[in-house]
Structures are given as C-alpha cells and as structure tokens.
Design a protein around this ligand. Structure first.
Ligand SMILES: O=C(O)CCC(=O)C(=O)O
Length: 178
C-alpha cells in the first residue's frame, strides 16, 4: 500500500475538475445577478445556483462510494465519520467532516469557481475563506433526519454575518425519493 497523502497540505486545486479562471473577465460567467444577491440579503438564502455539471457530480459520487468504506486507507484523515448517526439501521444518516483531505474531487470542490464567486458576492465582495466541509447522505426512502437548527449560534470564529453555508447536492432531493 502506498503512503497516504493528506491533501490538506495542498493549497490550490490538484486536478482538472474545475477550470480556475485565468483573467478577471473569466469570472464573469459565474457572477450572480443583482436580483439573486438581493434575494439572499432579503430572505437569508439563495437556491438554484448551478455549481456542478454531470461529469463533476459523477466523479464526486464515485469518490463518495470509496470513502464511505471505513476500511478506506485514508480513513484516519476524517475529522469526523459516522456511518449512521441515527443509530437506526432503517433510517440512515451518514455524516462526515474532512473528506477534502482524502480525495482530489472533494478537495478541489472547495475551489469550485461558481461557489467561490457566489460566496464572494454574498459576503459583500470580501475574500472567501474555507472553514470546514461536511457530507450528509440520506438514502432515498429511508434517509435519517437532521433537525432544524441555526448554525450561527455556535459559529463563533467570525463576526456576525460574515459566514455562509453552501449546500451542494450530489443527487436529486425530491418529494418522490423522500
Ligand atoms: O443537510 C442537512 O441535513 C444539514 C445541513 C447542516 O446542518 C449544515 O449545513 O449545517
């Protein structure tokens, strides 16, 4: 078995999954409209922002299939890993933190220009800094539940309203699949 490399030591994208914009103008394709930004400030959320194409989703789903295995060689790099936080086998809630250290896809998705641009705009055009990643998997029909909560109450590492959560879906979340 080869040596385990911790991708947290890499401070830039490590794959070709995303095209990092080369010029200022290259960023424009990712810009939210003024209406989207206004919606965020008015409602406190913004949905429907396209962050991944089919190829990127497919690659991340393949990465996910590998790392949910507790025998994965880089398993010790997770900050947190719970195969089922619900404790009920009929109601599955996989939850992990730290997968950005393990696969190139989950590492580079932090540099997704569509996300970086949106976050920059929504945070009053300030520079964007990553705090932590998080994966929740809730299988169709028997997915577990994360109760309603407000993260802001315990996010104490920054000043008010200088942080946001980016929820990136890897598959459809519909009424039909539960
Ligand atoms: O997606 C979920 O079920 C919970 C997400 C969450 O708790 C969070 O992003 O802080």
């Amino acid at each position: 078995m080869g040596e385990i490399f911790d991708l947290a030591n890499r401070h830039r994208p490590v794959s070709n999954l995303f095209n990092w914009p080369k010029t200022k103008g290259d960023w424009d394709q990712y810009r939210l409209t003024d209406e989207q930004v206004a919606h965020f400030h008015d409602q406190g959320y913004l949905s429907g922002v396209k962050l991944l194409d089919d190829h990127q989703v497919e690659l991340l789903c393949k990465d996910l299939e590998k790392i949910v295995d507790p025998e994965h060689p880089a398993h010790d790099l997770f900050y947190e890993f719970h195969s089922n936080e619900s404790k009920d086998p009929n109601s599955v809630l996989f939850h992990s933190l730290g997968h950005w250290r393990i696969t190139e896809g989950f590492h580079d998705v932090l540099w997704n220009p569509a996300f970086v641009m949106a976050a920059h705009q929504l945070l009053e055009e300030k520079p964007v800094r990553f705090w932590h990643d998080q994966l929740f998997c809730k299988p169709a029909e028997h997915g577990g539940v994360v109760a309603w909560h407000q993260d802001y109450s315990y996010w104490t590492r920054t000043i008010a309203m200088q942080h946001l959560t980016c929820w990136t879906a890897l598959d459809d979340a519909t009424t039909e699949n539960g």
